[in-house]
Design a protein around this ligand. Structure first.
Ligand code: G3H
Ligand code: 13P
Ligand code: ZN
Length: 324
């Protein structure tokens, strides 16, 4: 095994986390971040609830935060958990929706302990070839790899799909066998962003029937659910009350996510909810205190509210609290 930078930073890969989650009937939170305040809220919430955590970064987030800065942010996150929170929670730094082999290599070189190679928009055989190439590289460093089969409706990696292409359970064994991935993201009715379902109509249940079929084909294999923000209406209302325009935002009901955690789903991706809370709180401060111009006075309350929401998710939705 070649020496991996992530181990020096105090990070871990997903292997042990996923074993615990599958055996224990809970899911690991995979929270996206782009800046310091979001990362502080994630680590604070997970340390306080004693939850394992995956901190994840999209290619856009990596460009935004700067790849060098990110390496030290991840190390800082580990050190903050250990020193300030006296917490030993395992922390994974994961690339979300990596789209090229080169990006995955670059992330592994700069301290990521897990990468997603998302070849789901490519034809099946190309997805296999690309994913296998990343797995072969990553495994030399004991970095774990997430692949994807099926396409979520909405916007995914700049690919816009009008409808879901649900994961075909007949393909999963072949895909996992040929690529060697450590986990598989599937499409069963979730989508990215804050506008997942039609407003004013009952939310259609996720396709648990497809999930069951997949579990039958891959017993005990870690499954990943993307697009899992619940879009809490209190924060949508906060955004709208203070001058925003997010009228028809609807997310995945928490009960459905809770049900998913009982299955082989062991990683649940949440980005939009974090964006929503931060935006709602900042808008509120701007309206209520228009003379305020110290960023700490609006980013600070936004960070606190985000932490509160993530604590709620760990305790009441994902079931990861107390599992570190
Ligand atoms: O699945 C996509 C994530 O929500 C990241 O979004 O590419 O805008 O950073 P982003
Ligand atoms: P949401 O947009 O539902 O938060 O999904 C995020 C995600 O899947 C990141 O990969
Ligand atoms: Zn995603």
């Amino acid at each position: 095994m070649k020496e991996a930078l992530y181990k020096k930073l105090g990070l871990v890969n997903t292997r042990e986390m996923f074993k615990g989650a599958i055996n224990g009937g809970y899911a690991i939170p995979a929270y996206n971040f782009n800046n310091m305040e979001q990362l502080q809220a994630i680590i604070g919430a997970c340390a306080e609830t004693n939850s394992p955590v995956i901190i994840q970064v999209s290619s856009g987030a990596r460009k935004y935060a700067n790849q060098t800065m990110l390496r030290y942010m991840a190390e800082g996150a580990v050190q903050m958990a250990r020193k300030d929170f006296k917490s030993n929670i395992p922390i994974v730094l994961h690339l979300d929706h990596g789209d090229t082999y080169e990006l995955c290599v670059s992330c592994i070189e700069s301290g990521f302990s897990s990468v997603m190679i998302d070849g789901s928009a490519h034809p099946y055989e190309e997805n296999i070839a690309l994913t296998k190439k990343v797995v072969d590289y990553a495994h030399q460093y004991d970095v774990t790899v997430e692949g994807e089969l099926g396409v979520l409706a909405g916007i995914e990696d700049d690919v816009k799909a009008e409808t879901h292409t649900y994961t075909d359970p007949k393909q999963v064994q072949d895909f996992v066998g040929k690529t060697g991935v450590d986990s598989l993201a599937i499409s069963i009715g979730t989508s990215h962003g804050a506008y997942k379902f039609k407003p004013g109509q009952p939310v259609p249940p996720l396709r648990f029937d497809i999930l069951k079929e997949i579990e039958k084909k891959l017993p005990g294999f870690p499954i990943v659910l993307h697009g899992s923000s619940s879009v809490p209406q209190e924060y949508v209302q906060m955004v709208n009350k203070y001058g925003g325009a997010m009228k028809d935002a609807v997310g995945v009901p928490e009960e459905q996510l809770r049900e998913a955690t009982k299955s082989a789903v062991c990683k649940i991706n949440i980005d939009s909810d974090g964006r929503l809370v931060v935006t709602g709180v900042i808008r509120k401060v701007f309206v209520e205190k228009p003379a305020e111009f110290d960023p700490r006075k609006y980013l600070g309350p936004a960070r606190e509210e985000l932490k509160k929401l993530l604590i709620h998710k760990n305790q009441n939705v994902l079931g990861s609290a107390g599992k570190a």
